[in-house]
Write a protein that binds this ligand. Structure first.
Ligand SMILES: [Zn+2]
Length: 157
């Protein structure tokens, strides 16, 4: 997986670089902030990561760089909600940009004590329900739009 410093522009997706700020794109070569996070934030993050809306489908699974032998398992389950990790990304609208994090971020926080930036935590707590009209409007207003070519359903207004 690519490494991006937290809150730096995220070029992983090419065309949306100007709209995206990276959060949680960790690797084993770079130190990251460790500590405690609030349970409200973690539960909110899990809720958003369950079936994250993505502007395009990206292939490829990535193992966790910090799990020494197994590469991490396939998912994180919390309060009855399960997030699959390793392949998907979650887009969280901020004030001026959209934060993008691999869903693996849930595993980094749970298993490896990662603490994401405060602005990201606040954005998660503020984020409308995933895939709701309010959510889609928010990401669209910040420049993200689903690619028509790979859109599985009709374009929403
Ligand atoms: Zn791990």
């Amino acid at each position: 997986m690519s490494y991006f410093q937290d809150l730096s522009p995220c070029s992983y997706f090419g065309r949306w670089e100007e709209s995206l700020l990276a959060v949680g794109w960790l690797d084993s070569e770079h130190a990251f902030t460790k500590g405690a996070v609030g349970e409200d934030f973690f539960a909110g993050l899990i809720r958003l990561c369950m079936q994250p809306w993505q502007p395009a489908v990206f292939a490829g699974r990535h193992p966790c760089p910090f799990c020494r032998f197994t590469g991490g398992h396939g998912g994180v389950t919390y309060q009855g909600m399960t997030v699959s990790i390793g392949a998907e990304n979650v887009f969280v609208p901020g004030l001026e940009r959209v934060f993008v994090a691999p869903t693996m971020i849930a595993h980094y926080i749970d298993a490896h004590e990662y603490v994401p930036p405060q602005v990201f935590q606040e954005a998660v707590l503020r984020c409308p329900e995933m895939r709701s009209m309010a959510y889609l409007k928010a990401v669209k207003a910040l420049g993200l739009k689903r690619e028509r070519a790979i859109d599985a359903g009709p374009e929403s207004p």
